[in-house]
Design a protein around this ligand. Structure first.
Ligand SMILES: Cc1cc2nc3c(=O)[nH]c(=O)nc-3n(C[C@H](O)[C@H](O)[C@H](O)COP(=O)(O)O)c2cc1C
Length: 202
């Protein structure tokens, strides 16, 4: 079965620029051979995560189920007051439901991170916050991440960024998520069969 990359992010705004950025990363993942699933907008509107309450809304179930099965993840947040938006952070709090899984949290998954804000300062601090969250969730931030400044780049109604370099960067992040998933899955199969992996050159 093919690999699945789950993307989470964007804002509640109808023309959310960060959601469009997420879609470009997911395009990159598809070009690298993965199936993708975007969880955005109303699908991120969840009750505040309460570890003491086991009941979950249908929307929360879908999110947790998708993340449990994901081979790779993409997180995109607008910068709100210098950090990850409450909408995205509350969704990420639900990863706690994966704590007792055989692959706890985001263990073994590469996570591409992108932040978008109205200036460089919040774009950079938000990207850094996302990567810290990924570390806490046992995930593997991709080598390439992106801090986008919406005074310098915008996405049109078709989701195409005004700067082709941004498109290349976002697609590369998607490709890196898939590449990690492919290598991780190949490594797991070698362990199953007892074969050593071929060492990589360079
Ligand atoms: C509540 C709120 C807080 C924000 N805080 C910041 C901020 O601290 N720094 C910044 O550069 N932009 C800030 N912004 C602007 C957003 O980060 C920026 O417009 C972003 O691109 C919006 O993404 P969206 O189009 O997906 O909604 C804020 C916007 C909102 C609504």
């Amino acid at each position: 079965m093919g690999l699945t990359v789950v993307g989470i992010g964007g804002s509640m705004r109808a023309d959310s620029q960060s959601e469009r950025a997420l879609n470009v990363v997911l395009q990159g993942a598809r070009l690298a051979g993965a199936q993708t699933l975007a969880i955005t907008g109303a699908d991120l509107v969840l009750p505040f995560y309460d570890p003491a309450v086991p009941a979950r809304s249908e929307v929360a179930h879908r999110l947790v189920h998708a993340l449990r099965r994901a081979d790779g993840v993409v997180l995109v947040s607008p910068g709100y007051h210098g950090t990850v938006s409450g909408l995205v952070k509350n969704a990420l709090d639900y990863v706690e439901d994966l704590r007792a899984d055989s692959r706890p949290y985001l263990d073994g998954r590469a996570v591409g991170c992108v932040a978008m804000a109205l200036g460089w300062q919040a774009a950079v601090t938000t990207l850094s916050a996302l990567r810290s969250i990924v570390h806490a969730l046992h995930g593997w931030p991709t080598p390439l991440g992106a801090a986008l400044n919406s005074t310098e780049v915008s996405f049109d109604d078709h989701g195409v960024p005004s700067d082709p370099a941004v498109e290349r960067t976002l697609r590369t992040i998607g490709q890196q998520v898939v590449q990690f998933a492919q290598e991780h899955s190949a490594g797991a199969q070698c362990e199953d069969t007892g074969h050593a992996r071929t060492p990589r050159r360079g």
